[in-house]
Design a protein around this ligand. Structure first.
Ligand SMILES: *Cc1c(COP(=O)(O)O)cnc(C)c1O
Length: 446
């Protein structure tokens, strides 16, 4: 807070596509899609037009006991998209949609639903949740309780409930082997025997006598705020099967990974995993408005049906739930997302990023480069041979991002991991400029 007060903030006044402009007329590439929300660029003509059309009708009406046209169509579209993957049976399909306002509330709703579902399935047993080490699922108390970031737990410890964790499959800092080579030619480091998946199995086994876990919560393919931890191919498929075999529900937090970020529409489908609950937010409106959704199976929905005086309804709702403007923006964004043109652009951007990022390996401070689809993280270290991190007081990640801003590129670090997550409209030339600026910034600071 003290550092923030000492600096003049950059005041963003307008934008077009992947370029933001500040009050002094300086331009910046939006290298983290305005904290992972923007998909198709700023002021997209189709989303702008959809919002104008909706403004001509109504901006918002309550969703408590009422429905609306755009939110109903959006629910239908989300359900279709969420079942286009590996849901082979009706029981596996995500059929019901609960709207809320942001990622934290989408997770919070999923948590409460899973909790109630478990309580009704096994009365008298306190449901327990399993999440990944370092996980981040939002900032409300329930979402923080599911998360495992020590700093947050220290700050809010007394307010949180206890959830269990298993180590994330963080290959670069794997305690079992050196699964990820520092340099592409160091192949001898690859000696992985899925010890991390074994730990997940042990965790479930150990809990079995106490009734098992109510749900296993995870970000598929890439954990964002945990430090851009990309999971090795096959890990999620393995651990999801373990969780299912032990009777736990699967809660996929696709708040960051959803809506094309991973390459596919939803990241868990890339591992052939169909969750029972799915939390969506950030990119849902294309980065225009706060809106979120929690998708669930019919079986979970049914647990909230009953006679009036059984009071089984899901006691959770927000004033702006299913906001009509947000739904209109989301519908337009989904249309763009599913167009052949956007899909082709995403493939090209993913390849351009992968190719350009390779050039960073020559910098001694670059310890690891992790990419999943259009999400990338570059982990900076003091010593690439020993993987020793920089001291926190050196604020290396922050300083690299400040050096990036001076070069016309805006992003935020997670510790000493620099995040590149550009909007899908980013051209190959703009992507090259982002990475070139990062190369210079790292060379300058480290
Ligand atoms: C950002 C994020 C959240 C929280 O979303 P907010 O909209 O910021 O509340 C939850 N989960 C993941 C994976 C996120 O990246």
């Amino acid at each position: 807070m003290r550092d923030w007060l000492k600096r003049e903030p950059i005041v963003i006044v307008d934008a077009k596509g992947a370029v933001l402009r500040d009050s002094r007329g300086r331009q910046y590439l939006d290298a983290n899609s305005s904290i992972w929300t923007n998909l198709h660029g700023h002021r997209h003509p189709k989303i702008n037009a959809a919002l104008r059309r909706q403004l001509g009708k109504i901006a918002h009406s309550s969703a408590l006991g009422l429905a609306s046209v755009p939110a109903s169509f959006l629910a239908q579209k989300l359900v279709r998209a969420a079942n286009a993957g590996p849901a082979r049976t009706a029981a596996r399909q995500l059929r019901r949609v609960f709207f809320s306002d942001d990622g934290s509330t989408a997770v919070e709703a999923a948590l409460k639903m899973a909790h109630q579902f478990a309580c009704r399935a096994c009365p008298g047993r306190e449901p327990k949740f399993l999440a990944l080490g370092g996980a981040y699922h939002g900032d409300t108390i329930g979402a923080v309780s599911l998360g495992h970031i020590d700093l947050f737990h220290r700050a809010y410890g007394g307010l949180l409930f206890k959830s269990d964790s298993v180590p994330a499959p963080y290959c670069y800092r794997c305690p079992f082997n050196r699964a990820t080579p520092e340099r592409a030619d160091a192949r001898e480091y690859r000696r992985c025997h899925w010890e991390c998946a074994g730990l997940v199995e042990q965790k479930f086994e150990a809990r079995q006598s106490k009734g098992g876990y109510a749900a296993f919560v995870f970000e598929p393919l890439m954990q964002g705020a945990a430090g851009m931890i990309a999971h090795p191919k096959g890990w999620l498929r393995r651990v999801a099967a373990i969780a299912r075999a032990h009777g736990a529900l699967l809660i996929a937090d696709e708040v960051m990974t959803g809506f094309g970020r991973s390459g596919a529409l939803f990241a868990c489908h890339q591992e052939s995993v169909q969750p029972d609950l799915m939390a969506l937010a950030k990119g849902m409106t294309g980065g225009y408005l706060p809106m979120a959704a929690t998708l669930v199976t019919q079986r979970i929905f049914n647990a909230f049906l009953g006679r009036y005086d059984e009071f089984k309804t899901f006691y959770h709702g927000h004033s702006y739930t299913a906001n009509q403007l947000g739904a209109a923006a989301s519908l337009a964004s989904l249309d763009i997302l599913q167009s052949a043109r956007c899909q082709a652009a995403r493939r090209i951007l993913e390849k351009t990023l992968a190719r350009e990022l390779q050039s960073l390996w020559s910098l001694p401070a670059v310890g690891d480069i992790r990419q999943a689809g259009l999400m990338a993280g570059v982990e900076l270290v003091k010593n690439w041979k020993t993987r020793e991190p920089f001291a926190a007081r050196d604020r290396v990640g922050l300083r690299v991002c400040q050096a990036l801003a001076r070069r016309g590129v805006l992003t935020r670090p997670v510790g000493d991991v620099i995040v590149l997550m550009p909007p899908y409209c980013t051209t190959p030339a703009q992507a090259r400029r982002m990475v070139a600026a990062l190369r210079e910034a790292v060379a300058e600071v480290c």
